[in-house]
Ligand binder design. Structure first.
Ligand SMILES: Cc1ncc(COP(=O)(O)O)c(C=O)c1O
Length: 379
């Protein structure tokens, strides 16, 4: 089936009891056994829940994986993936991943004997240079949050395959609607479903989608053993949100292109980071690897003082963390989403106070532009 058809239908079958067209919220913790030791296939709701299973089948189909597992947050999903490596192992990571991912790696997992090297994964030689005997995984975010640096997934996946490394791609920003890392050879995709997949800023969730059965078995085991599962209600919300994913992503992409062009032409804006603009250094890769650049744009104002003045007049764009909702959200990464990255590291990455990140929503684009113009007039 086509992507839009799968988004609406994959994993969803009429409820066997009532014929309900929409998957019910199976709000139960346990199920009746047919006889001692003989369950219906459903025994305990941490292990399996029909609403979550419907969502997991849907996710597996959209990303083209062998299996998918839904977690209580994006960070829970990433934590589950990191159980594929163990004490003594080394991981190469994109150097400006989401701040929470950096915090998990640097301040939690290093205490358990894992080591991480952060490199510019847009450069294959930088990845190769960082590899050690103990390297087991390459963890990539593309585009990165918030610097919008792309990594060539096909090349990184091939490098990993040649050296027996696991390749992981955080596909939160583009979703399978605009980018399918498993088709390009990656082993694992992770998502914060809090963002575009759910799309309505009313649920926190995460997902892991896997191309290989041996990884899938382990992640399934960890999902049940650790227990950071997505609730039935949140599973239902995301399943419902995904039905409009293709429509929303088209609108995010169209509005993103318009807003990026507006910002790029504005005298108060120093520089725009958006792979959909021909001025982005990796525009050609964006055209090859993705089916659109979506709604995430970062831009530099001319000074930190200008940034301090920019946010106050905004009325439509909500000053908030997170992204990927139907409404436009805007933030200052250095003080909000990436405050957990040490100041020195932030400076090195270009994560300065005059950097603004916008998650362009699906409102009328002229209204978004008019609101940004108000902020820029004050900047
Ligand atoms: C790219 C990316 N990955 C992962 C996460 C973590 O997801 P969650 O907040 O759902 O735990 C985020 C959160 O902002 C993110 O932006």
């Amino acid at each position: 089936m086509g992507f839009a058809t799968d988004a609406i239908h994959a994993g969803v079958v009429p409820d066997p009891t009532t014929g309900s067209v929409m998957t019910p919220i199976y709000q139960t913790s346990t199920y009746v056994y047919e006889s001692p030791g003989k369950s219906t296939g459903y025994d305990y709701a941490r292990t399996i829940n029909p609403t979550r299973s419907a969502l997991e089948t849907n996710l597996k189909t959209l990303e083209g994986g062998r299996a998918a597992y839904a977690f209580a947050s994006g960070m829970a999903a990433i934590s589950a993936v990191m159980t594929l490596v163990k004490a003594g192992d080394h991981v190469v990571v994109s150097h400006n991943v989401y701040g929470g991912t950096y915090r998990l790696f640097a301040r939690v997992l290093e205490d358990y004997g894992l080591t991480f090297t952060y490199v510019d994964t847009s450069r294959l030689d930088a990845i190769e240079g960082a590899l050690r005997k103990s390297s087991r995984m390459v963890y990539v975010e593309t585009p990165t949050n918030p610097m919008m640096v792309l990594t060539d997934i096909e090349k990184v996946a091939a490098l990993c395959r040649g050296r027996g490394l696991v390749s992981v791609v955080d596909n939160t920003f583009l979703t399978p609607c605009l980018q399918r890392p498993l088709d390009l050879g990656a082993d694992i995709v992770v998502h914060s479903m809090t963002k575009y997949l759910n799309g309505h800023s009313d649920s926190v969730g995460g997902a892991v989608i896997l191309a290989r059965d041996e990884h899938a078995e382990r992640v399934k085991f960890v999902q049940n053993s650790v227990g950071a599962i997505l609730s039935p209600f949140d599973s239902w919300l995301v399943l419902r949100g995904i039905k409009t994913l293709p429509l929303r992503m088209r609108a995010h992409d169209e509005n993103g292109q318009r807003v990026a062009r507006f910002l790029a032409s504005h005298s108060k804006v120093e520089r725009v980071l958006y792979p959909g603009l021909p001025t982005h250094p990796q525009h050609d890769l964006a055209r090859r690897q993705t089916r659109g650049s979506g709604g995430m744009i970062s831009f530099y104002l001319k000074s930190d003082q200008a940034a301090a003045r920019f946010f106050a007049p905004l009325r439509l764009c909500a000053l908030a963390e997170s992204l990927g909702g139907i409404e436009t959200l805007i933030c200052q990464p250095s003080t909000m989403t990436h405050a957990s990255v040490p100041p020195d590291e932030r400076r090195k990455l270009g994560l300065t106070d005059n950097l603004v990140r916008i998650s362009v929503g699906c409102e009328d684009v002229d209204d978004i532009i008019a609101d940004l113009d108000l902020g820029l007039s004050a900047a």
